[in-house]
Design a protein around this ligand. Structure first.
Ligand code: NAI
Ligand code: MG
Length: 334
């Protein structure tokens, strides 16, 4: 059994007198910066004031929240712990350009996703600690849980322990963000990176979205009204997942009808069949071998033309068009 760490396994005192620079005040950056600061940790922000020719709203938001905001190089120079929370595809370039020269002996480089370390977009000097402190949650939930006095679960990992205190620092950050209230798992950078990519591609984002789209297309192409179909294959997903979250699959099954449960057993495995599992194994291999990362970095280097085209196409898919209409109707009535 994997070891789950709680508040008593961590001590935030090791952060006393240390400055954490959060690089990138976006979804995770803002949530983590606010939680760390509320727990008494000295936090500064490293951001880009002008991004793609316009004023970066994240810079403004960080200022409005009362943080000291610096350009990325200055923040990295001032910090003891440089916690990188930029979009993953920009880490390598920004690290090399603005951060590398400030990663001097005794400092720590930290992140919430191991991608850039594992796939060697960032190669830190051996004299610094390299750690990961990651919430297993979207940023909004993380901040909400913190404010409610609880916290979301998290992961910590140590890649380099130059100071001899890397694990303590990672756990202290996790405690300050209240991840240790819910429970923190210790893992390796590879485990977090490979699992995270696999989960989002095959089950959580990729798998789920394609499953809902296929169901939506089959029913609407057969002539069923899109609004009704939307409720069936998208909206109800949340209700089902909430039950599983609360009490597992059996709890969900105990609440749905026997008819639904019977359909789950006899039809489900015919839809999500061995072929799906075999393709998932291939997807895992492509992650572990670095093939997926290479292709994604090549796409990012070109300015993400395919990502942007796919994003646009999804917005025009009937499932999204219907969703917008359904939500607007409901907002009006309630
Ligand atoms: P984000 O998409 O919110 O972006 C963060 C900030 O980076 C932006 O506010 C912007 O100011 C800056 N930025 C964007 N493009 C830039 C560019 N070209 N040059 C310079 N700065 C730029 O990032 P997000 O989603 O918060 O992810 C940050 C890190 O946290 C990633 O490593 C991600 O894997 C990790 N993570 C994210 C989770 C999430 O729920 N979004 C969950 C767990 C980990
Ligand atoms: Mg994930």
């Amino acid at each position: 059994m994997i070891n789950i760490l709680h508040d008593s396994d961590a001590d935030t005192a090791i952060l006393n007198g240390k400055t954490i620079a959060i690089i990138g005040y976006g979804n995770q950056g803002s949530a983590q910066a606010l939680c760390l600061r509320d727990s008494g940790v000295k936090v500064i922000i490293g951001e880009t004031e002008i991004l793609n020719g316009v004023k970066n709203p994240s810079w403004e938001r960080a200022k409005e929240a009362g943080f000291e905001v610096y350009d990325i190089a200055t923040a990295a120079a001032k910090a003891d712990i440089v916690h990188m929370l930029l979009p993953d595809e920009h880490h390598g370039r920004i690290y090399r350009e603005f951060i590398a020269q400030h990663m001097t002996k005794g400092k720590a480089l930290s992140c919430s996703h191991g991608f850039n370390i594992v796939f060697k977009q960032i190669i830190p000097p051996s004299a610094v600690d390299v750690i990961m402190v990651a919430p297993k949650s979207p940023a909004t939930e993380e901040r909400k849980a913190y404010l409610e006095g609880f916290g979301v679960p998290g992961l910590v990992a140590v890649r380099q322990n130059a100071s001899g205190k890397a694990r303590e620092i990672a756990l202290a950050m996790a405690k300050a963000m209240r991840f240790t209230r819910a429970g923190v798992l210790e893992c390796t950078f590879e485990e977090e990176t490979f699992e995270d990519l696999f989960g989002e591609q095959n089950v959580l984002c990729g798998g789920l979205v394609e499953l809902m789209k296929a169901g939506f297309e089959v029913l609407t192409e057969a002539g069923y009204p899109p609004e009704m179909v939307y409720f069936e294959v998208v909206h109800e997903m949340k209700l089902i997942v909430d039950l599983i979250y609360e009490g597992g699959i059996q709890k969900m099954n105990s609440i749905i009808s026997n008819t639904a449960e019977w359909g789950e057993y006899v039809v489900g495995p015919k839809i999500i069949d061995r072929g799906v599992k075999n393709r998932m194994k291939k997807a895992l291999k492509d992650i572990e071998s670095g093939k997926f990362a290479r292709e994604w970095m090549a796409e990012a280097a070109k300015g993400c033309p395919n990502l942007l085209a796919k994003r646009k196409a999804l917005g025009e898919h009937p499932i999204e068009v219907t969703g917008r209409r359904v939500r607007a109707l409901f907002e009006k009535k309630n």
